[in-house]
Write a protein that binds this ligand. Structure first.
Ligand code: ADP
Length: 497
């Protein structure tokens, strides 16, 4: 009996648990020495008083109540409470006490075990907090979160697959193929290959944008990025990531682009409108000339075969006029047609020449002279020809307008290569110079000083130039007047054969 009692005592001393007993009056009859030292208690002391001193005041009434209930309901009593340690810190303990009753149902004794559960409770709490944080973060992002176990080829998805894609997965994981087969056929090869590459080459992260089929069969635009986790041998074993649905943003961007393209087109039409009467006049000239040359030729021919040379000269002159008229019409047709933006390798001097036909159409009559200096290294550009022409026409016509009241009227169009792979194109004039009051807002819409203009020409130029990856700005010209400059990418593509 004594031996087994001793064994029991030693066992308890070695365990993390502290044991104690108390009699029916609540006085401690036995207590593990380490525990006694911990809470400063001795055998014979009033257990309630001992607890009262050691237990955190907020936990004490709860503990007392559960003891009272245990006696009333004749069952075990479990309680959690914080104990003040000798260093002043608080630690969580769990106590389990059993009331022992006599033959007549009277309380005879308490057996109790108390255990330090602080670390596990804290760890549990930290885990719960982290879990909660993760859950809230996931809710806040509206993203579909995925967790891919490469070893078992299982992907676990969060609940967002239902509201975003309409797929009800429950808690069930899917194989990777479930995701793979929903990629848009045009994106499939690229995305699968890059994901496979990231996993094989030991990359720590991966990102792609692609289209993903939802439950209704529609494709959503997705931005997907993941982190890849490796084992000791740097083998990819797990990847965790999130898919953001960027469909709405994409659509808004596309809409904005459409609206901008529309605006660029409308502004071109309105510029043409303003040009129309000049154009009619300009076309009339070669046509009248042709008619006159032709009428003259008929007359000459009627006069006999000796006039053949004179007839040839007249016909050649008529041809030149017809070519001139044709050039104007061709330039116009291109500018008026609504085309998709097509960035291609183009010869800058051709764009400048074509733009000049229309831009300078009535400038000669106004006594404007112009020259063009294009550096040979600035010959090839990557641009949409018609849009770049539109920029040049706008700039030249503004320059002509700025010089109309001045005696000296010169425009210089230049192009030089820059070190960063761009070409800088400039249009310099000898006009009135930049107006001080709208200097900072030249390229913003509806800023202008011309009574006929709407003040959108330069903002259209900026839209076009920026769509080409360039920028546009204005400076004062050294001898009065203004210089407008913009950049376009230089073409480095090999010459097409
Ligand atoms: P608008 O069609 O009304 O001229 P723009 O956007 O083309 O609108 O030009 C805005 C304003 O910028 C013009 O009204 C003018 O005041 C100024 N500006 C543009 N080009 C020149 C220039 N070459 N010299 C001086 N001022 C200019």
């Amino acid at each position: 009996m004594r031996e087994s009692e001793e064994l029991y005592r030693y066992t308890l001393e070695l365990a993390d648990q502290f044991a104690w007993t108390a009699d029916a009056n609540g006085y401690i009859t036995h207590i593990t020495p380490t525990f006694a030292a911990l809470i400063g208690a001795k055998a014979g002391e009033d257990l309630v008083e001992v607890w009262k001193k050691a237990v955190h005041p907020a936990d004490f009434p709860i503990m007392l109540e559960s003891a009272r209930r245990a006696v009333a309901e004749r069952r075990r009593c479990d309680s959690y409470f914080r104990l003040r340690m000798s260093d002043g810190g608080l630690r969580w303990f769990a106590a389990r006490a059993v009331p022992l009753f006599g033959k007549n149902g009277e309380l005879v004794r308490w057996y109790g075990i108390t255990e330090d559960v602080h670390d596990s409770r804290e760890a549990e709490r930290a885990l719960r907090d982290a879990d909660e944080r993760y859950r809230l973060a996931v809710l806040a992002t509206h993203d579909v979160i995925w967790d891919y176990d490469l070893v078992n080829n299982r992907v676990v998805w969060n609940d967002a697959t239902a509201p975003i894609f309409g797929y009800e997965l429950g808690d069930g994981p899917t194989p990777l193929g479930w995701w793979n087969e929903k990629l848009h056929p045009d994106d499939h090869a690229r995305v699968s290959a890059s994901f496979g590459q990231a996993l094989e080459n030991g990359w720590s992260n991966w990102a792609e944008t692609y289209r993903f089929r939802d439950a209704s069969g529609e494709y959503r635009h997705i931005f997907d990025r993941g982190f890849i986790i490796h084992d000791d041998q740097n083998r990819s074993i797990r990847a965790v990531g999130s898919m953001s649905d960027i469909t709405d943003r994409r659509r808004a961007e596309e809409k904005l682009q459409r609206v901008q393209a529309e605006l660029v087109h409308v502004s071109r039409l309105s510029a043409m409108g303003a040009l129309a009467s000049t154009l009619a006049h300009e076309l009339n000239q070669p046509l009248t000339a042709i008619t006159n040359y032709m009428a003259g030729s008929s007359r000459l021919l009627a006069g006999g075969a000796s006039n053949v040379d004179a007839v040839r000269v007249a016909i050649e002159a008529a041809e030149a006029s017809a070519i001139r008229a044709g050039e104007i019409v061709r330039g116009l047709r291109e500018l008026v047609a609504r085309g998709n933006v097509r960035i291609r390798r183009e010869e800058l001097h051709r764009i400048v020449e074509d733009a000049a036909v229309l831009a300078f159409i009535d400038a000669k009559r106004q006594g404007v002279v112009h020259q063009v200096h294009i550096d040979p290294a600035a010959h090839w550009v990557e641009a949409d020809r018609v849009q770049l022409q539109q920029v040049l026409i706008n700039l030249v016509r503004n320059a002509v307008e700025a010089m109309k009241d001045l005696p000296r009227r010169e425009i210089t169009i230049g192009a030089v290569p820059l070190a960063d792979g761009m070409i800088e194109v400039s249009v310099a004039d000898t006009g009135c110079g930049l107006p001080e009051k709208i200097r900072d807002a030249l390229f913003s819409p509806f800023h202008g000083t011309s009574p006929d203009g709407m003040g959108i020409g330069l903002s259209i130029c900026r839209t076009i130039v920026e769509a080409h990856g360039g920028r546009i700005w204005a400076d004062d010209a050294p001898d009065g007047g203004a210089v407008f400059r913009f950049t376009v990418p230089r073409s480095r593509r090999p010459v097409d054969v």
